[in-house]
Design a protein. Structure first.
Length: 276
């Protein structure tokens, strides 16, 4: 057994031992810390990341949580990972992706990723919601570099369908039915945590990116490697359109995120209920 596999099993065994659920759970949501829409679910139990051995740790900004959740009607059990392990906080790429492999070990096959992002596409708007259909990795690293454990996934995973096309099509049909405005987007993964220069924003847009963020790419790569299905949404909190770039306060970003979360909350609730 590789050290990576050992650490995954150590985390998964701890979570199983502390689980209030009976039977397998096949669906999970991974998001940034404490979005308002998590209030729409019944929280059955919480585990602090820092209590889960060995690689779930609280980052410099917050202490994340592994949450055992249910829909309000109690008919569906699922997991919530409340907080990403971000590369910019000093985690190694495999550590950032570790929670994904733990979910896979627990039997999860379908995951919705949620991030906060800035937008490069001038047609997008702050306070809006983006649905990711592809990404560009400019993080300079990824969680598959190094020894490959064949029990986790193939050495050279095929990234031609990173955000499951069939699931994406089902989601877009659902959003159109609900008359919900969203922005189909290519997500650019960069390291952060510094914000972007005007020249960078212009370059990122020219290479085909619509939005950018710091969290989703390593998690998505790990999901593809593990054979899991992924859908991803981003709350758009800041404008990064070249020639319109301006400083934005944290308070304004918070307001934009709150606006996006309020609109997205009922959509996510239905997607959680429908997910397999």
């Amino acid at each position: 057994m590789t050290d990576q596999k050992y650490q995954i099993k150590l985390s998964a065994d701890f979570i199983r031992a502390n689980s209030p659920f009976k039977g397998k759970v096949s669906f999970a949501v991974i998001a940034y810390k404490d979005p308002s829409f998590f209030k729409d679910y019944k929280i059955v139990k919480r585990l602090k990341y820092s209590d889960i051995p060995p690689a779930f740790n609280a980052d410099e900004d917050s202490s994340g949580e592994f949450i055992f959740a249910q829909t309000k009607n109690g008919k569906k059990n699922f997991y919530i990972l409340n907080g990403h392990l971000n590369f910019y906080s000093g985690y190694k790429m495999r550590e950032a992706a570790h929670p994904v492999y733990v979910l896979n070990e627990l039997g999860v096959k379908n995951v919705i990723l949620i991030d906060e992002a800035g937008f490069l596409n001038p047609r997008h708007k702050t306070g809006g919601v983006a649905l990711v259909y592809d990404h560009i990795n400019l993080m300079g690293d990824n969680p598959l570099i190094g020894e490959n454990d064949d029990s986790l996934g193939t050495r050279f995973p095929d990234m031609s369908n990173p955000y499951d096309e069939k699931w994406y099509d089902n989601i877009t049909a659902f959003l159109r039915e609900k008359k919900f405005e969203y922005y189909p987007s290519v997500y650019l993964g960069i390291t952060g945590p510094e914000t972007e220069t005007e020249a960078e924003c212009r370059f990122y847009r020219e290479i085909g990116a619509d939005i950018l963020g710091y969290s989703l790419v390593p998690e998505n790569i790990a999901m593809v490697h593990a054979g899991m299905k992924c859908a991803a949404f981003c709350m758009l909190t800041r404008e990064l359109v070249a020639d319109r770039l301006a400083e934005i306060s944290q308070e304004e970003k918070n307001r934009n995120r709150a606006k996006a979360e309020k609109a997205f909350a009922p959509i996510l609730a239905e997607l959680v209920s429908l997910a397999k």
